[in-house]
Design a protein around this ligand. Sequence first.
Ligand SMILES: [Cu+2]
Length: 282
Amino acid sequence: MRSAINYTTLVLIALIPMTPVTASDRPPDTADTPEIIARNRDVIVTLNAQQTRRRRSRPKRISNKYDVTTVTDGGTIEGVVIFAAAAPEPEKIQIVKDHETCDTRAKTRPRVTVDADGHLADAIVFLGNIKKGKAIPKPTAKSTIKQEHCTFVPHVQVIHTKEKFDVVNKDPVAHNAQCVQNMVTLFNPMQPKKGLRNEFSIKRPGLANVTCAVHNWMKAFVYVLPHPYHAVTAADGRFALTDVPPGDYDLVVWQEHLGEQTRRVHVDAGGTATVEFKLTPN
Ligand SMILES: [Cu+2]
């Protein structure tokens, strides 16, 4: 009897590392995993807990409660984001495989994108605590994360909660796109061929990052928000949020290397509040 138990135990131990963690048997702390929609669920590869820990992101907690209302006396929040320091060295990218495709991309990536006056592009500005306001406009094009020249395009974007978006491989080499939010892997499609496309949505607001395990320099950021009050700063560092119901708000700016900064902003009916953010390296 004892030998039978020992044999069973050994078999079970031997099987443990081979058992993949799937969406349905994740640990209890990931029970509130955001909703994932995929055309082909077979391509979702969930990772083990160790891999998830290594790729942790630092999401800001944002309420998912947002009610649509008619905004007739809205104001505007506009301003500029300035990088108030000397531009840091760009990230160096070492391409070690798939040279025919990947060598077409730049071998460096700027940590900040600034113009001659320090105006910071590609920062995300949004209202952190708005509970009701205008409806999310119908998108003119479906949001997409493209894998092109071994680069995720766009590098930074806002996607709304529950919005359906595509991950698509435009390269003739294999990529994957592991998306992690709040230390939980939301999806991880392997796309071994050009033209492969998978559709997803994310239920929970907050920052998510996307990486490719095949090419370790590839990364993208998605800020998931339940409302339309957000902007990505243009080349001149400027942003504008319109039709904001009168009131007091937390205006948040985020940049991947500079972190977040929050400013309290008051909006009068029909008025314009002007904000200047100055970001520096941590
Ligand atoms: Cu890749």
